[in-house]
Design a binder for this molecule. Structure first.
Ligand SMILES: [Zn+2]
Length: 351
C-alpha cells in the first residue's frame, strides 16, 4: 500500500454538526439529502436519486468489474402524529425502536403538510409532580400515556386541526448537540449522521491526496434504515457491501468510544468472515484501534439487504456509541478510527 489517507477530523466534526442541525426522519429526509447531494458534487462524485428518494454517489475505481457499496443512513428516530386528542394535544406514533422514557421532556418540531413548523415538547399526560404525585411515580409511559404539548394556544381537537395539523405529520426531536473540550460528542442522533460524516471524511482524504479507489464504489445514503428497509437498489456489479453504522457501547459488549467497532454478527446475520478478517488485517497494519462485537437487537442496511435476497458480501463497522437510541455519546477518537478504516478499505483490493 502507498501513501496513507490523512483524515481531516475538523471537517468530519463540522459536517456532523451541520447534518445534525437538519432534521430528517423516514418519509421526510429531503432537506438533508439535498445538502448531502451538494457534498457529493463538491468532490466531483456524480449522484443519482432513487425513486424512494435515497442518494447514490458513484466513483470509478481501478477495478470497474467488481464494485463496492457503502451505506450510511440519513434518517433518525422520530415520530408522526397518531391522534389529535380532545384537549388539542397529540398522541405520537414512533419511527424506529426507542423507549419513550428516553425522549420525555424533549423539545421538538412538528411540520404540517403545507410546510408550517410548530414547536412543542414531549411530556407524559401526568407530568406535574405537584398535581399527580402517585401517577408520576407509578405510571408506565407508553404511547398512550405520553403526548406532544404544542407551544400554541389550543385546547380542543378543532383548534389543533385549524393550525393545519393532520395525522401523519412528522415530528422531529431536537438533536441537542454538545461537543466537549475533552473530545466527546453528544447528541440524540449520532446514529447515523456520524456515519455520513465518516463516509465523506474518507472521500475527502482520498480525493485530496489523489489516492485511487481499488474498486468502483457506490455511496448509498439510505433514508428508511430505522424502520429496517435496507437498500432496495443494489448497483448490478456490487460484490462487497459495508454499512457504516454505530457500535454499541454497553455492559456485555466489547465496543468502546475510542475504537472502530467491526460488527461480526447482528440480529439479522453473521457478517462475511473473509471481509471481517480483511478489515482486522487493515486495522492492524494501519494501527487503527478496533474491537469486534456482536449485537442481538441490531440490523444494518447491509444485513437487511442481504436478508432481502441480494447476493452480496456484507460487513458493518463504525464508531462505538454509548446510550444508543437515547442521549448518545462517543469520542472523536472512535470517529477518526472509523474514518481511517473506511479509507483504508476503499483503497484495498478485494480478495
Ligand atoms: Zn443506525
Amino acid at each position: 500500500m502507498g501513501a496513507k489517507p490523512q483524515i481531516d477530523v475538523e471537517y468530519v466534526k463540522a459536517f456532523t454538526s451541520e447534518l445534525l442541525a437538519i432534521p430528517s426522519i423516514a418519509g421526510d429526509c429531503d432537506a438533508a439529502t439535498k445538502r448531502i447531494a451538494l457534498e457529493f458534487e463538491k468532490y466531483g462524485i456524480p449522484v443519482t436519486e432513487t425513486n424512494k428518494r435515497a442518494l447514490i454517489g458513484s466513483w470509478r475505481g481501478n477495478d470497474d468489474r467488481r464494485h463496492r457499496l457503502v451505506a450510511a443512513h440519513v434518517d433518525t428516530l422520530g415520530a408522526t402524529v397518531w391522534q389529535i386528542k380532545p384537549n388539542g394535544r397529540l398522541r405520537l406514533y414512533p419511527i424506529g425502536g426507542f423507549d419513550w422514557r428516553a425522549f420525555e421532556g424533549e423539545n421538538c418540531t412538528l411540520r404540517t403538510l403545507d410546510g408550517r413548523d410548530y414547536r412543542g415538547t414531549l411530556v407524559p399526560d401526568h407530568a406535574s409532580r405537584h398535581a399527580y404525585t402517585a401517577s408520576v411515580r407509578d405510571e408506565v409511559h407508553d404511547m398512550e400515556k405520553i403526548e406532544l404539548r404544542l407551544d400554541v394556544e389550543t385546547s380542543s381537537q378543532e383548534a389543533t386541526q385549524a393550525l393545519g395539523i393532520h395525522c401523519g405529520d412528522p415530528v422531529f426531536f431536537d438533536p441537542r448537540l454538545e461537543i466537549t473540550e475533552e473530545g466527546y460528542v453528544k447528541s440524540r442522533f449520532l446514529d447515523d449522521k456520524l456515519g455520513i460524516a465518516i463516509l465523506f471524511g474518507a472521500i475527502k482524504a482520498l480525493k485530496e491526496q489523489s489516492l485511487p479507489l481499488a474498486h468502483t464504489s457506490h455511496f448509498y445514503i439510505s433514508n428508511y434504515e430505522e424502520i429496517g428497509h435496507g437498500t432496495p437498489v443494489i448497483p448490478p456489479k456490487t460484490v462487497e457491501f459495508a454499512s457504516i453504522d454505530i457500535g454499541v457501547v454497553a455492559e456485555g459488549h466489547t465496543s468502546d468510544e475510542h475504537s472502530v467497532t467491526i460488527v461480526a454478527r447482528d440480529g439479522v446475520m453473521p457478517y462475511d468472515r473473509k471481509m471481517i478478517r480483511r478489515l482486522v488485517h487493515l486495522a492492524r497494519t494501519e494501527e487503527i484501534p478496533f474491537c469486534i462485537d456482536t449485537y442481538l437487537n441490531y440490523g444494518s442496511d447491509a444485513s437487511c439487504s442481504v436478508k432481502a435476497g441480494n447476493d452480496v458480501r456484507a460487513v458493518c463497522f463504525g464508531p462505538g456509541v454509548e446510550a444508543t437510541h437515547h442521549y448518545e455519546r462517543t469520542h472523536w477518537d472512535s470517529v477518526t478510527a472509523s474514518t481511517r478504516l473506511l479509507a483504508a478499505w476503499l483503497s484495498d483490493e478485494m480478495a
